[in-house]
Design a protein around this ligand. Structure first.
Ligand code: SF4
Ligand code: MG
Length: 339
């Protein structure tokens, strides 16, 4: 299959109060045309900053993309002028965030905002764009779309706003959609509906999706491949079947192995899903990443050598990539791509 997006040795650092935080610290992965890649990891592991870097939306300062390549259809997005990048953002890659209220403009109607995208990127006239906006709202399952186009974001529920965001993201018919925890803030019923909707759009439009979440269960039925991030690096990438049947990295095994304590609900009182995993310990201090494996402090299988050197991300079997000394001795070389 053809690579649509290829990220090589991406490094995005933040400098604040004299400290440098290596939020993304040498990340390598690709997304194939029409494929869904799930990106999993705890909050703070660098998954959001990876997508912000791809979109070149990292606030600079304090953030800076210090190294790497983001190849989209073979073109390095990091070398484009801002104006060219805006074209890519509107036409080719779109992004859906967790809280749609921050990405929708409160002072314009829903129809106006979707129409803007259509007029700008699909060269439509005002009337045609408004009609197409209503059609898109219907497509994302919003009833009475002809009336809804005249409503403002605050008049809609969280679930409806998220659908509007998806309609807006689909309006430019992107080849790649980056969805960053798009359902986390929603209750489980709405969450399931949104996931069904995205799956349908993906099949109908052949849109590739990067789906970012802290919840492995969400992507179980949704992604073709899964990438697991920990402390700014990729620790494992494989097919969704492999992740659930034979996860290799101890961190991934920890994510999968922990189930809710008996009698405890899988959901919070407000209906959001609880984190399933409870791996003892916390992410390492990003200001001072350890010299060895970044998971060593929490790893039940850590060996003395794990505290000395950082393992390289290596292909093992069936395209299964893993960064762990349990499967080989290769050490990560600094300053270059692992592949
Ligand atoms: Fe655990 Fe060592 Fe593998 Fe790191 S390299 S995950 S510490 S076994
Ligand atoms: Mg995030």
């Amino acid at each position: 299959s053809e690579k649509l997006l290829e990220v090589q040795n991406l490094k995005t650092y933040f400098t604040m109060h004299g400290y440098t935080v290596r939020a993304v610290d040498g990340v390598d992965f690709h997304v194939n045309r029409g494929e869904t890649l799930g990106i999993v990891g705890e909050s703070g592991c660098g998954k959001s900053q990876t997508s912000m870097s791809i979109m070149r939306l990292v606030p600079d300062p304090p953030g800076k993309i210090v190294d790497g390549k983001v190849l989209f259809r073979g073109q390095n997005l990091l070398q484009l002028r801002e104006q060219e990048m805006r074209q890519i953002r509107g036409n080719d890659i779109s992004m859906i965030f967790q809280e749609p209220m921050t990405s929708l403009n409160p002072v314009y109607t829903i129809g106006y905002q979707i129409s803007e995208v259509l007029m700008l990127h699909r060269d439509m006239g005002k009337k045609e764009a408004l009609a197409e906006s209503a059609r898109l709202l219907a497509e994302v399952g919003i009833s009475d779309p002809a009336a809804r186009v005249h409503e403002y974001p605050f008049q809609l529920s969280g679930g409806l706003r998220q659908r509007v965001m998806i309609a807006m993201a689909m309006a430019c018919e992107p080849a790649l959609m980056i969805a960053d925890e798009p359902t986390t803030a929603l209750d489980v019923t709405i969450q399931a509906q949104i996931l069904r909707l995205m799956r349908r759009l993906k099949h109908e439009r052949d849109t590739a999706i990067m789906f970012i979440t802290h919840d492995l269960a969400v992507i179980a039925n949704f992604s073709e491949r899964v990438m697991v991030m920990y402390a700014g690096v990729v620790v494992e990438t494989t097919t969704v079947q492999n992740i659930f049947k034979r996860a290799m990295h101890p961190y991934t095994q920890g994510l999968l192995g922990s189930v809710p304590v008996l009698g405890e609900s899988k959901f919070h009182a407000d209906g959001t899903r609880r984190l399933l995993q409870t791996i003892p310990g916390t992410l390492p201090d990003p200001k001072r990443p350890p010299s060895g494996c970044r998971f060593a402090d929490r790893c039940p299988r850590a060996m003395p050598k794990c505290f000395q050197n950082e393992p390289a991300l290596m292909y093992r079997e069936n395209g299964h990539q893993v960064r762990c000394f349990l499967y080989g001795d290769e050490i990560r070389s600094t300053g270059e791509s692992d592949e």
